[in-house]
Design a protein around this ligand. Structure first.
Ligand SMILES: [Zn+2]
Length: 564
């Protein structure tokens, strides 16, 4: 097999609040499925994530809560790291941007770019809060949106209509620190003139061409990603300030930059690199293999609100720095809604992962399954508790769990758990074995195209194949009259069950482990699936339920909780 190296990143999570299902379905679960699959195939993968601990949203929240920014990020870094782990999101490392190694790495990047004259220095007037003696960047300023006239729009964005804004555009701007009307004062910042890079960005994004060669196949990129990039480029890229007047963040490492830190969107993506450095140091690897080797595939999993940063800004920075590889795909997801409404942290309209894990102990995979099945891969989708319940009860329990249960119970009942031999094959059996063989490639092909819903659908089709085979052949009726035939049917059913155990691992790792335990399967990998995995006379264990039914009252409780 052709082994390859991959660097897979999931958007750094802002460490100013807990993790909810919208985050999970956007950037973390699909990446985890992808990475588990790649590892199952034997590829070398660094799966990188961590907390994004800088930026004005965190300093503002700290002020509001009367604590230091460090107290906020320490708290949420820990909570989120644990929630990811408990949910089976299997990062190689969950790093943090407040780490010293990250500060060094980000400063080094800035210095290199500054030495190469990638930035332009510009002095301009900016809003300033006289009471707090502070420049007001981004979220420190709010006012009326010039597009939709909603109040409470921020200096960088109106959350009501989604428009990207600059502070000067706000109508009747106020400082969010003091509530006062700010004055204008001169300050100097380092800008990245993104328009200077259009000449290579355009062919790279539209045709996948870089430096005269084919870098990637643009047809494999999602249309929403290409569409957003195209509209940014066609609309004319602009210079964007890469520094901020703030006291929390990575200090700008050049002269005359007192009181300035790196723009959070310059510092955060570099966090992928510093995290890789830490992981490599901890595991005896060379981090440069994962960022500077052109045979390595770099894939960024993000939500659609981060497309411009990962497809335009970060690639410019990587290319201008030199030596670094560029992403071969950025499979951004759209947004997940909840019960027909936008998820909202401030309105507490969300399902918090750490709360789900408390309320549904041992049912991590039910949520993984439902979130994958409704993933917003091409457009916004909706999560409802009723749909979650139906998917668990009617699909996981009734199809997947039911098939496994029948195979395991019958094998234990008829042969004390010893798998019977496969005797003469009838045409129908041959057809079923032929179909079984095709599943690993079908599921894998969908995963490689970032079509996780489709892949999960195929996995369930394999469970359906097993159920249909049992229903059509009725081994429980044959047992009394045709022992040899019954043995063959159960041997084949056992092979389907074993493949399900392997192929379900990327999607439902907890149930996959449980099923491997029931079937006493050791050392099987993706490449074994689809074939004869279990030999005659192999001894399995007794049946336990893979999935448990979720009753109405449990769902009612959750719906009530949302209304609070
Ligand atoms: Zn607006």
């Amino acid at each position: 097999m052709n082994k390859k190296r991959y660097t897979v990143t999931s958007a750094l999570l802002y460490a100013n609040g807990p993790l909810h299902i919208g985050h999970i379905s956007g950037a973390y679960l699909p990446a985890d499925i992808y990475v588990r699959y790649l590892k199952g195939k034997g590829h070398d993968v660094a799966f990188i994530c961590g907390s994004d601990e800088h930026g004005a949203a965190i300093t503002l929240q700290a002020k509001k809560d009367g604590v230091t920014p460090k107290q906020i990020v320490d708290k949420y870094h820990k909570i989120n790291e644990k929630a990811f782990e408990d949910f089976g999101i299997n990062f190689s490392i969950y790093h943090r941007t407040s780490d010293e190694l990250h500060h060094e790495t980000a400063q080094d990047f800035f210095k290199t770019l500054e030495d190469k004259n990638v930035f332009t220095k510009k002095t301009a007037e900016q809003f300033y809060d006289e009471e707090n003696n502070q420049f007001l960047a981004d979220r420190y300023i709010s006012g009326e949106c010039p597009r939709c006239n909603a109040g409470g729009a921020y200096g960088d964005q109106c959350e009501k209509c989604g428009s990207a804004l600059s502070p000067e555009e706000l109508i009747n701007p106020k400082s969010t620190l003091s509530g006062n009307t700010p004055i204008k004062k001169e300050t100097t910042h380092w800008y990245l003139p993104m328009q200077n890079h259009e000449n290579w960005l355009k062919p790279w994004i539209e045709e996948g061409v870089l430096g005269g060669g084919q870098h990637h196949n643009p047809k494999e990129w999602r249309s929403q990603v290409l569409g957003q990039c195209k509209s940014w480029i066609d609309g004319g890229l602009k210079a964007r300030a890469m520094t901020r007047d703030l006291d929390w963040g990575v200090k700008v490492p050049v002269k005359d930059a007192n009181g300035k830190v790196l723009y959070v969107w310059l510092d955060a993506p570099i966090g992928y690199i510093s995290a890789t450095k830490q992981w490599a140091a901890d595991n005896g690897k060379n981090w440069e293999d994962y960022w500077k080797n052109e045979n390595t595939e770099l894939i960024h999993f993000i939500g659609k609100d981060n497309i411009v940063f990962h497809c335009i800004m970060f690639p410019i920075i990587l290319k201008e720095h030199g030596e670094y590889i560029l992403p071969s795909n950025v499979p951004a997801n759209a947004f997940l809604n909840l019960e027909g409404e936008k998820l909202s942290t401030s309105r507490n309209w969300a399902i918090w992962l750490h709360e789900y894990l408390e309320d549904f102990k041992g049912q991590e995979d039910a949520l993984r399954y439902a979130l994958c099945a409704t993933a917003p891969e091409s457009k916004d989708t909706d999560f409802t508790w009723k749909d979650f319940q139906a998917r668990n009860n009617n699909e996981l329990v009734a199809i997947f769990g039911n098939f496994i249960n029948r195979v395991v119970v019958l094998t234990n009942k008829y042969w004390r758990g010893v798998v019977p031999a496969c005797n003469t094959l009838e045409d129908y059996d041959k057809g079923v074995l032929e179909k079984l063989k095709s599943f690993p490639e079908k599921i894998g092909a969908s995963i490689e195209k970032y079509r996780f819903r489709e892949a999960l659908g195929e996995l369930m089709n394999l469970a359906r194949l097993g159920n249909k085979y049992l229903a059509d052949t009725e081994p429980w009726k044959l047992k009394k009259t045709d022992e040899a035939r019954t043995e063959t049917i159960m041997n084949i059913s056992m092979q389907i069950a074993a493949s399900l155990a392997v192929l379900s691992e990327p999607f439902m790792p907890f149930s996959s482990d449980k099923l491997k335990g029931i079937l006493a399967l050791n050392n099987v990998s993706w490449n074994d699936a689809g074939g004869i995995i279990i030999s005659d006379n192999h001894k399995i264990n007794s049946a336990t339920h893979l999935f448990n039914k979720i009753e109405d009252d449990k769902i009612e409780e959750q719906l009530e909780k949302l209304k609070q």
